[in-house]
Design a protein around this ligand. Structure first.
Ligand code: ATP
Ligand code: MG
Length: 630
């Protein structure tokens, strides 16, 4: 374990970043040492370990073979198809080489992009690892996206090859991928010449010769292939990944190689308390950053077993996560508040059915963890629930309670303290000056960002500088576009996104605060609050509420009145939403984030904008109906 106080560890990471990160970099293999730990010559850009040669796949797979060839590396659990398959490190090594040889046979070499449009199946992980093995840049596009979003991402990356599958499956229903892909290729300006199709036997698909190649054929042809790792510069891009699109057009985050590997191995030890040989279960999707970092790379870089789960949290029943924890002796679990809120709506007895003794903690990220949900999870599972805050851009947590340092305790309502290397500072929105202690400010990070964070936006350095670094003078402060407050002990509280603040008759209210209050009402399962233009008050808060089951005997009016009274009592009448509309579902992005901007646009009679990341169109369609009801 680490024997220092976290405060000392952290201080060293920001006071002497070169020395600190050079030490951390010893934890991965380098073919050739770096020339400089941190290249500061071109702010706001920064380059970590440039001149050093390494390879992500070597560090995630090959490096472990002498000690862990027989240990499970990847366990695939699908409640959609009923498959459960375990791959040892040796088997993973074999599969990755077959995939790498297949890609090579289609002309993929270092620097080429490969787009991966796949359901949650092992071949998706093989494909990611095969790309970085060859120095090719992967762009994983979430399997639920339809043709238009996919076509935009094809054109952005201009891939040499696309790896896809016949179909995915969601809640027992087959979702064909191939027709969506065919349509996207038709729409695209830069379609690749070759497509690899993993045929799961779920859906018929039309093979387009000579473009489409079946992976089964490639696999037979390259069954014994040996493909060495291509050593690349630490700053060589490993992947492109798009942000969730909660606030607008998704941004193509570009990640490096060496800095990412170093940061992830540190995060696994320090934040998650993960050790080689342990089992990590992250319930995200590989299409999101949480999946990239904590299903694939961090557990494997750390010699752990990782679980790849295809299915929903509630099938065959709402105990499926806990069944997996028991069966595979999971040590750390990483999920999202939205999944916990779903489970909260089911029978609490399901949480007691399985032996969870292996589980040390549950980590939640991606959106604010409201206190009622956090408390519910901690109490009903009797485990520490650790909120952590970060972004696609950063690749690993900015704020957390580091499990590797028992001297830092978690605090309900706060995602924790600054993680190593992040110089977090709350700044005034207008002049960028640091705010007074305890005051609300924009969560900002002083340049340089630590290893693992985005290098730039793919193909668009100007958008990188303009988007993140131009809010404050000097272009040396990164804005997260989230509001926060810090207490005297350094714990930060996230108060919402900077564009979620509304102005009601001169009062600046965080929609997050109103949501927190409403979600603490016993009848409420979920809520979204948006600011809607109002001739009289400037803006008015409107709340969209999903009630918990068992409210059938209560009239809508009674529920609305009781929620309004609850907000009055908690926050004061100024915060009481002008309208409280009852719905059965709320529109979210596919990564589980509330699409407030789309709700707001509909309330204001505007076009809801880019909806390519919308999960359930029916949820959004409820909004106009709910507004129309008196
Ligand atoms: P886009 O940038 O395209 O609008 P997005 O910001 O939702 O989409 P992500 O990178 O997936 O894309 O999400 C990061 C954001 O999620 C953070 O900036 C923050 O607003 C929110 N978030 C993540 N984790 C937490 C957390 N633990 N508490 C509160 N908010 C969180
Ligand atoms: Mg964002």
């Amino acid at each position: 374990m680490i024997d220092a106080s976290y405060a000392d560890f952290y201080r060293r990471s920001v006071d002497s970043p070169e020395a600190f990160w050079a030490e951390q970099a010893q934890a991965i293999d380098w073919k050739k040492p770096w020339n400089s730990v941190l290249d500061r010559s071109r702010p706001p850009f920064s380059a970590w370990f440039s001149g050093g040669l390494t390879n992500l796949c070597h560090n995630a797979v090959d490096r472990h073979l002498p000690e862990r060839a027989g240990q499970a590396a990847l366990v695939y659990v699908s409640t959609e198809t009923g498959q459960e398959v375990s791959y040892s490190y040796a088997e993973l090594h074999r599969e990755v080489q077959i995939m790498a040889a297949s890609l090579q046979s289609l002309g993929v070499t270092q620097g080429d992009r490969v787009l991966i449009y796949m359901p949650m199946i092992p071949e998706a992980v093989f494909a990611m690892l095969a790309c970085v093995r060859l120095g090719a840049v992967h762009s994983v596009v979430f399997g639920g996206f339809a043709s238009v979003s996919l076509a935009a991402r094809i054109d952005d990356a201009q891939p040499k090859v696309i790896v896809s599958a016949d179909a995915g499956s969601r809640a027992g229903k087959v979702v064909s991928y191939k027709p969506l892909l065919d349509e996207a290729l038709r729409l695209s300006q830069h379609p690749p010449e070759q497509v690899i199709v993993v045929d799961r036997g779920l859906a018929d698909w039309a093979r387009q010769q000579p473009r489409d190649v079946s992976y089964a054929d490639l696999r037979t042809r390259h069954a014994r292939a040996e493909v060495p790792c291509v050593w690349v510069d630490s700053t060589h891009p490993s992947y492109i990944l798009y942000t969730s699109g909660t606030t607008g057009k998704p941004k193509g985050v570009q990640r490096d190689t060496g800095g990412y590997a170093v940061a992830l191995q540190l995060s696994m030890r320090v934040i998650f308390g993960g050790q080689p040989g342990e089992t990590f279960f992250c319930t995200s999707d590989i299409g999101w950053v949480v999946g990239h970092s904590y299903i694939v790379y961090a557990p494997l870089l750390s010699g752990m077993t990782t679980i790849l789960y295809e299915g929903t949290p509630i099938r065959p029943d709402a105990a499926v996560f806990w069944r997996i924890v028991e069966q595979y002796r999971v040590n750390q679990m990483f999920s999202a508040p939205t999944a916990m809120r779903v489970l909260k709506r089911h029978d609490p007895a399901l949480l007691q059915r399985h032996d969870l003794s292996s589980l040390r903690a549950i980590f939640l990220a991606g959106e604010p963890l409201d206190e009622p949900t956090g408390r519910w999870a901690a109490e009903s599972l009797n485990k520490p629930v650790i909120d952590n805050y970060w972004q696609t851009e950063t690749g690993w947590p900015i704020l957390a309670t580091p499990l590797g340092f028992p001297d830092v305790a978690s605090r309900m309502g706060s995602p924790g303290v600054s993680m190593p290397g992040y110089k977090v500072c709350l700044r005034n929105e207008t002049d960028g000056e640091p705010v007074a202690p305890g005051e609300k400010g924009v969560v900002a990070i002083d340049w340089p960002l630590p290893p693992g964070c985005l290098q730039t936006i793919w193909g668009d350095d100007a958008r990188f500088v303009d988007t993140y670094w131009s809010t404050y003078p000097n272009r040396q402060v990164y804005s997260t576009f989230d509001w926060g407050r810090q207490d005297a002990d350094g714990y930060l509280y996230i108060l919402g996104r900077t564009d979620d603040v509304i102005n009601v008759a001169g009062h600046r209210l965080g929609t997050r605060e109103i949501e927190e209050s409403i979600s603490a009402h016993p009848a409420v399962a979920e809520v979204a609050v948006v600011g809607v233009q109002d001739a009289l008050k400037g803006q008015a808060a409107w709340a969209f509420v999903v009630l918990r089951p068992g409210q059938d005997n209560v009239t809508a009016q009674a529920s609305q009145a009781s929620i309004a009274a609850h907000v009055d009592a908690q926050l004061g009448a100024v915060a009481r939403p002008q309208r409280i509309c009852l719905v059965t579902a709320l529109p979210k992005t596919r990564s589980g984030k509330m699409l407030r901007r789309a709700i707001q646009a509909i309330c204001e009679g505007r076009d809801p904008g880019d909806l390519t990341t919308l999960e359930d169109p029916l949820a959004l369609q409820q909004i106009p109906d709910a507004i129309a009801r008196p």
